[in-house]
Write a protein that binds this ligand. Structure first.
Ligand SMILES: [Zn+2]
Length: 301
């Protein structure tokens, strides 16, 4: 266990509350000040190269909503499950109607300071790579080279019959051409390119099939209840083996596909650093926990 300091200054109610929620954990709680930045920098210098795991908290400042609050609890209705999508046409109609409204904001979203800071840390040689749970491709838009989209990517779809990929933007045009009423729908945006479109509207949608074979199209993302492809898992293991430590940014790690890297790092005695506002599933495994906005990473440059 790495201990950083014991005299943490807590100067506001929020931080006191955060400490209370985590005071029995076996990691050191660290607040956001210049000393913290110095400490974080010294940790990162010591164990590079790092494997970075990013989650929704990283994309939040780009206007992409998140599923969970600071306690790791669901904020919204349950997302679609893999089997539901594959098996039921009404579920797919609902998905595409909501996606037709929810996709444009994702397409327009721009990287924020965290994405750019990570890309710079990569250029400086600090990182073995990034494994992101986000499907928005904002790391790549920021110029990051070594990124694995653990849960896939929203910017393309794949035919379940002939496996042909189609660009999501092209599909968007086909969806709207066939369903012009969707141009008029206003709905609150939800995570992962979803939107809260009323069920009576989603029932009216005419689904669009594969342009090659009319097969069922599915976004190239891993839905809840779905499986991360074998090639993706192999690629993540290669990055993991190259790394000396694990840096988690903006994720509660509630999904096992990302949490398991922390279990693995713990077994291999690789240091685990978590920067996340709120609890994470790996708090008990972490060597250092920073309950601060992940924008702190920018200060390291
Ligand atoms: Zn097809």
């Amino acid at each position: 266990m790495h201990k950083i300091r014991s005299d943490i200054m807590l100067n506001d109610a929020i931080k006191t509350k955060q400490l209370k929620t985590t005071q029995h954990k076996n990691f050191e709680m660290i607040n956001n000040n210049q000393q913290t930045i110095t400490q974080l920098k010294s940790i990162l210098d010591k164990h590079q190269q790092w494997l970075v795991i990013t989650g929704a908290g990283v994309s939040q400042n780009s206007g992409i909503p998140t599923y969970r609050d600071e306690k790791g609890q669901w904020q919204r209705s349950r997302p679609i499950q893999h089997q539901e999508f594959v098996q039921y046409e009404d579920k797919r109609k609902r998905y595409w109607a909501r996606s037709a409204v929810g996709w444009p904001p994702v397409a327009r979203a721009q990287p924020n300071v965290v994405h750019y800071a990570l890309a710079k840390l990569e250029q400086k040689g600090y990182l073995a790579g990034v494994i992101t749970q986000n499907v928005d491709r904002l790391h790549q838009k920021a110029g990051h080279q070594q990124v694995i989209d653990l849960h896939g990517r929203l910017d393309r779809v794949q035919c379940l019959s002939c496996q042909t990929y189609e660009c999501r933007e092209q599909l968007q045009n086909r969806l709207l051409q066939k369903n012009p009423f969707l141009n008029q729908v206003n709905a609150e945006i939800a995570p992962d390119g979803d939107a809260h479109v009323e069920d009576q509207l989603t029932e009216q949608i005419e689904p669009v099939g594969c342009s090659q074979c009319q097969g069922i199209l599915m976004p190239d993302v891993v839905f809840y209840g779905g499986t991360v492809p074998r090639e993706t898992n192999e690629a993540t293991q290669q990055l993991y083996q190259k790394s000396k430590g694990l840096l988690v940014l903006g994720s509660s790690l509630m999904v096992y596909s990302s949490f398991r890297f922390c279990k693995q790092a713990k077994q291999d005695n690789k240091p685990i650093v978590i920067i996340n506002q709120g609890v994470t599933r790996a708090d008990d495994l972490a060597n250092y926990k920073f309950e601060v906005d992940c924008q702190i990473i920018e200060a390291l440059l």
